[in-house]
Design a protein around this ligand. Structure first.
Ligand code: ATP
Ligand code: MG
Length: 337
């Protein structure tokens, strides 16, 4: 009887595959939009290298990591190898150059935690943030993009999770909830842990790509074309993974004792990382290790109020997946305070 019930439950969940896939499809940026992003990138690259021939412009964040939904802003990083550049002066100069090329709403935010220049391109309607020498973000963007190439279900799951998080208001680091980057790492970790595994641990494999940035050695296996079949022993379709993801974070994860680590492809103990107590503003209530800056907990923005909000949202989502007649609507209902 138990077996029969489990089968029934699976079939019930599987009816949600098609609606989840159509939500996923509706979130993917069109080719036209990607062409416009490219057009703006080329324009900015030309303006930057005209002024600083040795500088290079990189895309990072969701437009570069393949987890960007339609209408995302572009995150750019200007890499310039000058030991003593004054970031503020540099950004002000950059803002001047962009302004005189008809770009709109150009603003240098020199006192932000990550200083940037913001702008909007009136031709494509795309907004863009440019930061300086944030090269680790460019490398972690490549890591995420490489993971996405291994199994299509990662991108499907992450789009659904990001869409849920934005709808429910739990994708706002300034309110103590998690960044998109953190959610994607949670999805990767989750798929590394399915049995059979759907994703490998690229940093645990032979090194085929290696760079050292800001004294951090970043190395991993990046010949991901060779891993296209990696997840093929696991046939779980998207709805079961969405259900499993929310269930894991609602009812299975041991928040008190464990850190999720994409770097090692496993859980590691909070004690081992000395993340068991509050240090300064880092409370370590949900622990997500950055794959390269390993002393960096992406959950550090979460405080004693927002952890409750987050865990209640995970429970709400898991319960909707289990009991609601129409999870594909209910899951994404906007949060109204
Ligand atoms: P969105 O679609 O919401 O804009 P995004 O992928 O651009 O998503 P963000 O969380 O805005 O995600 O982060 C942009 C990029 O900045 C990430 O892809 C990552 O490279 C980098 N990043 C963000 N937060 C951190 C962090 N705490 N530590 C290291 N890198 C980070
Ligand atoms: Mg972004």
């Amino acid at each position: 009887r138990i077996f029969k019930r489990q089968m029934q439950c699976r079939m019930d969940i599987d009816r949600l595959n098609a609606p989840f896939l159509s939500i996923y499809d509706s979130l993917i940026p069109t080719e036209e939009e990607k062409a416009k992003q490219k057009q703006l990138f080329t324009l900015l690259e030309r303006l930057v290298t005209k002024e600083w021939p040795e500088a290079r412009l990189y895309i990072y964040g969701s437009c570069g990591n393949s987890f960007g939904v339609s209408k995302s802003d572009i995150d750019l990083c200007l890499a310039i190898d000058e030991a003593n550049i004054n970031k503020s002066e540099f950004l002000l100069r950059l803002a001047d150059i962009l302004q005189s090329d008809n770009l709109q709403n150009v603003q240098a935010l020199t006192r932000a935690r990550v200083p940037i220049v913001k702008l909007m391109d009136p031709v494509t309607g795309i907004s863009c943030d440019i930061c300086i020498n944030n090269v680790l973000a460019v490398i972690n963007t490549k890591l995420l993009r490489d993971y996405a190439k291994i199994d299509a279900r990662l991108r499907q799951l992450a789009f659904i999770v990001k869409h849920w998080a934005k709808s429910r208001g739990v994708n706002e680091t300034y309110h103590g909830t998690l960044s998109s980057y953190a959610y994607v790492l949670m999805c990767i970790h989750f798929l590394q842990h399915r049995r059979p595994a759907i994703l490998p641990c690229l940093q645990g494999m032979q090194t085929t790509y290696s760079v050292t940035v800001e004294n951090v050695e970043c190395s991993f296996f990046d010949q991901v074309d060779k891993l296209r079949d990696f997840g093929s022993h696991n046939k779980e379709p998207i709805a079961r993974l969405v259900w499993g993801f929310f269930n894991y974070w609602a009812y299975s994860h041991d928040y008190a004792n464990f850190v999720i680590s994409v770097r090692t492809g496993s859980l590691i103990s909070k004690r081992e990382k000395d993340w068991t107590r509050r240090v300064g503003n880092d409370r370590h209530l949900i622990c997500i290790e950055d794959p390269f800056e390993i002393s960096h907990d992406l959950g550090r923005v979460v405080d004693k109020y927002s952890i409750k909000v987050l865990r209640e949202e995970f429970e709400r989502a898991a319960d909707i997946m289990q009991y609601d007649a129409n999870p594909c609507v209910k899951l994404f209902e906007p949060y109204v305070p």
